[in-house]
Design a protein around this ligand. Sequence first.
Ligand code: TYD
Length: 213
Amino acid sequence: MAPDPGPDTAMFISFEGIDGSGKSTQARRMAAHLQGLGRTVCLTREPGGAQGAEEIRALLLTGDPDRWSAETEILLFTAARRDHLEKTIQPALDAGQTVLTDRFADSTRVYQGATRGDLRGHVDVLHRQMIGREPDLTLIFDMPPEAALARGLARNSGEDRFEDFGLAFQTKLRAGFLALVDEFPDRCVVVDATGAEDAVFGRALAAVTARFA
Ligand code: TYD
């Protein structure tokens, strides 16, 4: 990545995509790469990324799929995000670190907002009032849901409340993520997530370099 913007320049990058798209692996690789360039990297994730937010994560991702209404779910994801922002993301950015987050507000826009279109307004109001911050760059890892679902289910993490929703749901999610590029063209970049891990990383790194060089 050359030229590098310098170790004290804060960068905030989110990694988004459907379940099984490989974004978590790519976020880890990007963290290692940027650390190798001398940056201090804060690699974090949602839901979670701070103590209280991780407690909310357990409420959200385990248990009966019908455990929460869609409205309650939006409130829980937003509460977790607020805690994550206050306790982890903002302090790291204030210290000039590079923050890489595995999911951020776009996941709520898509998982809760795009799949239940009537709820998108609530997602936006809560985001404006309680979060009010977007990443500098969002990488959207895109691949056919059939392939992503096979990978995701193979993981069998026990946190599968959303992953169990199946192909039709994941297809809707993919369309929702791709639509974000039209909505936020300055920030969102689609990364082709098909093929070998190294090739995908090369594409992700090219997007980061193009944005920050
Ligand atoms: P996780 O195990 O992190 O999945 P992945 O590794 O695929 O990112 O679980 C996160 C799940 O929560 C995932 O299915 C997406 C869902 N989710 C939402 O529905 N809304 C949100 O705002 C966020 C952050 C995640």
